[in-house]
Design a protein. Structure first.
Length: 187
C-alpha cells in the first residue's frame, strides 16, 4: 500500500511536467503548427544577380541604392501606405512585401537627419568606408537586431542614419543591399 501512495505524487508530477513541455513547444510553434515559418533563407530571396536589381535614386540627397526586384521601397511614414518612395524622400524603407511589414521587419531603412544623433554607452563605434564615404558603424551590445551606420553628406545636407537588419535570416541580403549604396556630390 505504501508503494502506491509514493507512486501517485510522482505520477502527477510527471503528467504536469509533460503538459508543461507540450505547452511550451506548442507556444513556440514547434508542434501543432499548420504553416511554415514566415522567414525564408537569403539564398531563396536573391534570385537575380545584383546587376538585375532595381535602383532607387534620391535626387535631393544624392544617393542611390539597389535592391532585389521582388523588394519594395517606401517612405518612413504611417500615411505612406504601400506607394513606392519618391526620388526626394527624406526617409526610406527597403523590404520584401511578400514576407514582412515595412517597419517591423525591414531589411534597411535610411533617414536623412539634420544633426548626428547621440547614442548611449551600449553602442560601440567603428570607422569604415561606405558608399565611397567615411562612415561610422555602431553596434549595440544589448540588442543585435540592427547595426546603424552614420554617413555625413556633402554640402551640409545632414547625416544619413542607416539601420541594417542583422537578424540571421536577413543579414546576407541586407549587407548585399548596403554594398550597393553610392553617393554623388550633387554637383
Amino acid at each position: 500500500m505504501n508503494t502506491k501512495r509514493g507512486f501517485t505524487p510522482i505520477l502527477i508530477l510527471a503528467i504536469f511536467g509533460l503538459i508543461a513541455v507540450v505547452g511550451y513547444l506548442a507556444i513556440k510553434g514547434y508542434i501543432f503548427s499548420t504553416s511554415p515559418p514566415a522567414s525564408i533563407t537569403p539564398s531563396t530571396q536573391i534570385q537575380n544577380s545584383i546587376t538585375e536589381w532595381q535602383t532607387y535614386t534620391n535626387t535631393e540627397y544624392y544617393y542611390s541604392i539597389k535592391y532585389p526586384p521582388t523588394f519594395r521601397t517606401q517612405v518612413i511614414s504611417s500615411e505612406s501606405g504601400t506607394t513606392e518612395a519618391p526620388p526626394n524622400a527624406r526617409s526610406l524603407y527597403i523590404y520584401n512585401p511578400d514576407i514582412e511589414e515595412p517597419y517591423v521587419n525591414r531589411h534597411i531603412s535610411l533617414e536623412v537627419l539634420g544633426l548626428p544623433p547621440t547614442y548611449g554607452s551600449e553602442w560601440t563605434s567603428t570607422q569604415i568606408s561606405l558608399g565611397d564615404k567615411d562612415a561610422t558603424k555602431l553596434v549595440n551590445s544589448k540588442s543585435g537586431n540592427f547595426d546603424i551606420y552614420l554617413v555625413h553628406l556633402d554640402n551640409n545636407l545632414g547625416v544619413v542614419e542607416i539601420y541594417v537588419s542583422n537578424m540571421e535570416d536577413k543579414r546576407t541580403v541586407s549587407n548585399q543591399i548596403l554594398s550597393t549604396l553610392r553617393f554623388d556630390s550633387g554637383q
